[in-house]
Structure formats: structure tokens, C-alpha cells
Design a protein around this ligand. Structure first.
Ligand code: IMP
Length: 432
């Protein structure tokens, strides 16, 4: 009864869609367990590009079932839009194929407004959230007044809970954040309008997920965001509000740990970050533009959800070793190695200097204040000039590219099983 887990090893946007796409082909059920429509998973199949924010991206494989676990926060409007986008792309979405946990927390337009108001109120200390209402929805969950999807199946109770929620946020927005008030009646009416469309998908997911595992079938847990955005282990407070690490799979799907077969860490060949927070290996100027791309291609480094240019920098092996420690990876999936072609040398961060001392193992849990005091110590590896996009076998890679991959393996103690060398599904090197 194998459970495979795909986790972003950096600050999100590692290209998890590629890893999920590869594993989903051989999976019977694909589940999201954390986050909401702050995520953006891009999968390119032939000329079609699928950009999914909420529904597990593995569902584009016709033989999989999709599950949205209780660790998620769900915006009904995004869900309805995504369902119709997938149907237009001829992906079958129906209640037989897509299950939504009755314990999923719901996001409302009021959460979104609150997200904007709260982040703006932080002034210079802004997190730079995606503005999708993620933080406020998780706050409501933790403070035990959140709206759960299962309530939709009890329309009267749900209607009064929704109204109380909008009333409360209205009060907060007006009196605390000095924002214009909400039209509560209109919002309640509009929000309840999604009930009919989403209620057929809502049920207890445990029996389906556990039942699939018990039958010896494969379940794939698709992580959103990345390890360094984890609310506990990430670069706090510049994090998202969910558990993005492998630990989140078990609470977010309501499963025990017995079934785990692999925990695949997805790592970009360099490093990117969206939003604020420390980034020791960050680059600016020409090199940053080189790594980021112009934005002309969908795979350039611009946010899938927000369109914001991503911050870019060299690979940070200190943080990658930390990500391994908090996730227990069994292997790595390296993405975007092709982007590094054309450099004469490639610096990678192997240690930090902090307070006049060299450290090669993090002695704190992500903490942004402490990380911002660290400066990187680099080792420069040889670059290569060849275009890697047509490479399909390990032997096709130039020696310097092989050395780069082997260096990551040596520094992390993990095998790099897959290497993506282009956006296409087929632009992949799988090592035996
Ligand atoms: P939130 O998740 O919208 O609250 O945003 C909190 C932080 O996480 C911000 O820095 C966002 O840019 C970042 N973030 C959230 N989701 C993603 C993602 O899918 N990829 C990259 N960064 C993300």
C-alpha cells in the first residue's frame, strides 16, 4: 500500500507539477493536503499548458482520482472556475473522480480582503502574501470559528454561519483597518450560490484514501508551496500558513504514517522566492535576469498565481540539507538544469558566515531574523555551454552538468533520481 509524497524543497515554485505529472501516471489517487489557491502548478503536455491552483494537478491523468484533504483551504469560486477550465480542456471532472474532504476549511471574499488589509498594515514588514485569503482562513480554523465544507450539506446552519463570518470581518475591516464596509447581504447571497455546484463533491475522504492504500494501490500526495514556507519549519514569519512539509500529509489527509514509500524532494537547480523574507544567495542585475528569463515563456520565473517576477539566486545547499532534515526525503527531483547552460562557473552555497563564524549546519529553525544575518560561503563549480534541452539520458549530459548533479548528491546524501531539462513532459532524464 504505497504512499508517495512530492514536496517542494525550497520556497515553492520548484516545478513540482513535473514530478507530480511523472508519478501521477502510475498512481490511482492524487491528493492535495495543504494550502489553497495560493499555489500554482503548471504542467505542459504537448501544446497544452495546464495551470492549476486548487485541484490536484495529477487529475489530468485520466486514470486517477483526485482528493482535496482537510489540511487545505478552499475558495469555492476558484474551484468552480477550475472545474470549468478543466472541462473545457476535456479533462473529466465529476463527483466520481474528485472528492473534497468535509473538513476542508472554506475561504471567502472577506478572508481575501482581510489578507490584503492585514499585509498592508504591516508596512515595511509586509509578507507579500498572494492575497488569496490563506492566512485569515487558517486563523479562523485555528481559532475554531472557520467554515468547513461539510456545513454546506446543512444549508440553514451554513447560511447563518456564513452571515456571522461576514458580519465579523465587516466589523474588523471597518473598525480596525478603516476599510470601506462590506455589503453583507449581497456577499452572503453570492457565496451561498456556490453550494449547489460544489456539494456533490463533499464527503469524508478517509475511507477512499485508506481504502485505496488497503487495496495495494498507489496514492500520491501532492505538496503545495515549499519547505521553507512551512508555518513551523520555514523562514518564519515570511511563510505561508499551512504545513508544507511531509508531516502535513498525515494530518492533512487523515492518514497514518505506515504506508510511505517515497518522499520526493523537488529542487530547482538554482533558487527562487516570491514575496518578502531573507534569501542569502539572492542575485540582482544581469545574472538575475539570466536566471529569471524575460517572462516571454510561461516557464520563466514569474509567479503562476500573481505574475510577480520571482527573486532568484544560486542554489543554497545549507537550506537544502535543512529541508531534507525536516522532511526525510528519500530522493531528489532536480528541475531546470537547462537554465544554467552558458555560465562559465556556477557558485553553490555550501555554508554560511554568521557573526564571524562559519556554520555548515543550521543551528536554528528557519527563523527569518537569524537567517538574514547569514552570508553565503560559495564553492564555484565548472559551468557548461551546451544546450541540455535535448538530453534524455545521463550520458547525454556534459561532464560539468553531471558534476553539478553529483555535487548535490554528495552534499545532501540523496540520490537525484530525475532531472528535468525543459518544460516539456518528455524533457526528462530518469536515472535507474
Ligand atoms: P500566502 O500563502 O498567500 O499567505 O503568502 C505567504 C508567502 O508565501 C508569500 O511570500 C507568498 O509569496 C508565498 N507563497 C504562497 N504560495 C506560494 C507558492 O505557491 N509559490 C511560491 N510562493 C508562495
Amino acid at each position: 500500500m504505497p504512499l508517495d509524497i512530492v514536496i517542494g524543497a525550497q520556497w515553492g515554485d520548484e516545478g513540482k507539477g513535473r514530478a507530480v505529472d511523472l508519478l501521477a501516471e502510475k498512481s490511482d489517487l492524487v491528493a492535495r493536503f495543504n494550502g489553497g489557491d495560493n499555489a500554482g502548478h503548471t504542467v505542459t503536455v504537448g501544446k497544452k499548458i495546464y495551470k492549476l491552483h486548487l485541484i490536484p494537478s495529477g487529475i489530468i491523468h485520466p486514470n486517477t482520482l483526485g482528493v482535496m484533504g482537510s489540511g487545505m483551504v478552499l475558495n469555492p469560486q476558484t474551484l468552480v472556475e477550475e472545474i470549468s477550465m478543466l472541462r473545457e480542456a476535456a479533462v473529466a471532472i465529476n463527483p466520481e473522480r474528485l472528492w473534497i474532504s468535509d473538513a476542508v476549511q472554506l475561504i471567502t471574499p472577506a478572508h481575501r480582503l482581510l489578507d490584503h488589509a492585514q499585509d498592508a498594515a504591516l508596512g515595511k514588514a509586509q509578507i507579500g502574501t498572494t492575497g488569496r485569503g490563506i492566512g485569515p482562513a487558517y486563523v479562523d480554523k485555528a481559532s475554531r470559528r472557520g467554515l468547513r465544507a461539510g456545513e454546506i450539506l446543512e444549508p440553514d446552519f451554513f447560511a447563518s454561519h456564513v452571515r456571522a463570518h461576514f458580519d465579523e470581518v465587516n466589523h474588523l475591516l471597518k473598525d480596525w483597518y478603516h476599510q470601506p464596509g462590506l455589503d453583507v447581504d449581497a456577499l452572503v447571497k453570492e457565496y451561498l450560490g456556490f453550494n449547489e455546484q460544489i456539494s456533490p463533491y463533499i464527503r469524508r475522504i478517509g475511507p477512499l484514501v485508506q481504502g485505496t492504500l488497503n487495496e495495494g494501490k498507489t496514492v500520491l500526495a501532492e505538496g503545495a508551496q515549499g519547505t521553507l514556507l512551512d508555518v513551523e519549519q520555514g523562514t518564519y514569519p515570511y511563510v505561508t500558513s499551512s504545513c508544507t512539509t511531509s508531516a502535513g500529509v498525515f494530518s492533512g489527509l487523515g492518514l497514518g504514517v505506515q504506508s510511505v514509500r517515497k518522499v520526493m524532494g523537488v529542487v530547482k537547480a538554482f533558487q527562487t522566492r516570491v514575496g518578502a523574507g531573507p534569501f542569502p544567495t539572492e542575485l540582482e542585475g544581469e545574472l538575475a535576469n539570466f536566471l529569471r528569463g524575460t517572462g516571454a515563456n510561461p516557464w520563466d520565473e514569474y509567479g503562476t498565481t500573481t505574475g510577480r517576477p520571482r527573486r532568484v539566486g544560486w542554489l543554497d545547499l545549507m537550506l537544502l540539507r535543512y529541508a531534507h532534515e525536516v522532511n526525510g526525503f528519500s530522493e531528489l527531483f532536480l528541475t531546470k538544469l537547462d537554465v544554467l547552460s552558458g555560465l562559465s562557473g556556477i557558485p553553490v552555497c555550501v555554508a554560511y558566515q554568521r557573526g564571524g563564524r562559519k556554520i555548515d549546519v543550521l543551528d536554528f529553525s528557519g527563523d527569518a531574523r537569524l537567517l538574514s544575518r547569514c552570508t553565503p560561503v560559495y564553492e564555484t563549480l565548472p559551468g557548461w555551454q551546451e544546450d541540455l534541452r535535448e538530453c534524455r539520458n545521463w550520458e547525454d549530459l556534459p561532464t560539468a552538468a553531471q558534476t553539478y548533479v553529483q555535487y548535490i548528491e554528495k552534499q545532501t546524501g540523496l540520490p537525484v533520481q530525475n532531472i528535468s531539462v525543459g518544460p516539456e513532459r518528455s524533457a526528462l532524464i530518469t536515472r535507474s
